[in-house]
Design a protein around this ligand. Sequence first.
Ligand SMILES: Nc1ncnc2c1ncn2[C@@H]1O[C@H](COP(=O)(O)OP(=O)(O)O)[C@@H](O)[C@H]1O
Ligand SMILES: O=P(O)(O)OC[C@H](O)CO
Length: 500
Amino acid sequence: MTAPQYVAALDQGTTSTRCMLFDREGRMVSLAQREHHQHYPRAGWVEHDPMEIWDIVCQVVPEALADAGASPSQVVGLGITNQRETTVVWDRHTGRPVHNAIVWQDTRSSSVLPAVAAEMTEADIQARCGLPLVTYFSGPKVRWLLDSSPSLRERAERGDLLFGTMDTWLVWNLTGGVAGGAHVTDVTNASRTMLMDLGTLDWGPELLAAMRVPRAMLPEIRPTVSSFGTTVSPVEGISLTAVIGDQQASLFGQAGFDRGDAKCTFGTGGFLLLNTGPTPVRSQHGLITTVAHAMEGESAAYALEGSIAVAGSLVQWFRDSLGLIRSAAEIETQALTVPDNGGCYVVPAFTGLYAPHWEPDARGVIVGLTSYVTKAHLCRAVLEATAWQTREVIDAMNADAAAPLERLAVDGGMTADNLLMQMIADFLDIPVVRPMVAETVSRGAAYAAGLGAGYWPDREVLRRHWRRAAEWRPTMSANVRDDEYQRWRRAVELAIGWGA
Ligand SMILES: Nc1ncnc2c1ncn2[C@@H]1O[C@H](COP(=O)(O)OP(=O)(O)O)[C@@H](O)[C@H]1O
Ligand SMILES: O=P(O)(O)OC[C@H](O)CO
């Protein structure tokens, strides 16, 4: 009997790293997962230790293989998916990072934005890369790092330092590191750096000049599904056949291959992506333009994205910083004990507001407090904050897109919360559907890697794996919805500018 074959996904996320193996029917056969530390050296700064993350990768990949009883030769391909924008700079000779990774949520680069804007107008930047000039993306983070030390800039210009998002850092280490690791990224990750020109899908010289990023430190950009090398560590001989940013991966994992397909992932943040097909669509309503995926030999598919910085992380803050709940799931049990928010609204603008506002100076507010308000009302307002933020990005998406979304496909850790899913259906006034497998990020990376390895013949086969697990239909009256939305908007107005 021949040994079974699998495809693997390595998902390096904001809070944890997971490795999963999938079989030909798209079933997950093993999972290994570890969390890494979050470092908050100052208010607004968020860092990860790239060496800790690499160590975790060295644990979870062999563990996932062992869990499935599989040898590396039984894995036809590995797909890497990752938290996007998070910036790593390391020395190509020693393999050591020169600084902790600067995480996508980190706002320290606000200090360099005026200098960038002086070299290139915001409108020009957005026209070239599809992104607003804010701290979220990698380019300003690299500029902050190199501006912070003349010696780092000198080493970067000499070609001694390498830049990468998490995918690049991991592929370089997986393929040998200082002993000849591949310095590569894929087009979805590159589209988040603010350094890639959306027209050419290559590094844009004008953007590099504005961000003062030397070309010598940048990886080669490849299609999402293509050859990224072969692993030499922590296990030998697995082909890296796909790399894809995690939010694009969940669109792919929900079989969102074609124009008009959309999904929203609710994890640390919330990310709504609409596949707009082979032509980039420029938003007039505060969404960003990004690459959805690119298959070797085909033109790229683009997406409109509505990014919400704080979704599940508000629940974590309630649990870990305020200690008001013991587990994330308790937010729902508490919220279910009251019929409404008691007049209270939470706008979690911890790192400013992302789409559709892009207000870096916004800060979190809780409004409507009276002595009537209890912990349960606050818990309800926490969940409503995610649902209203989703309504704002859906409104922007519907205003930009040819046709309004008729239903919303969802995934991510927060979709375990039935009350939240019902709120989203109510606030958006469309059905919300959740697929059977909520692990759509890893699934998307596995799909891409499996297509690259010829494990699956085409995307049609994968589309058949999608199964609906649950659906929530709107039940709220239009009057209540409209009144509540007005109150939410007033709360948002109070948040905007608070941190200026
Ligand atoms: N039952 C729940 N209700 C509300 N939020 C939840 C629930 N379970 C998990 N979460 C939130 O979901 C997030 C984890 O989701 P996950 O998709 O694993 O995130 P990520 O991939 O961004 O690390 C956490 O921020 C957590 O607070
Ligand atoms: O790792 P996640 O799931 O929090 O996703 C983070 C996003 O990629 C940030 O853009």
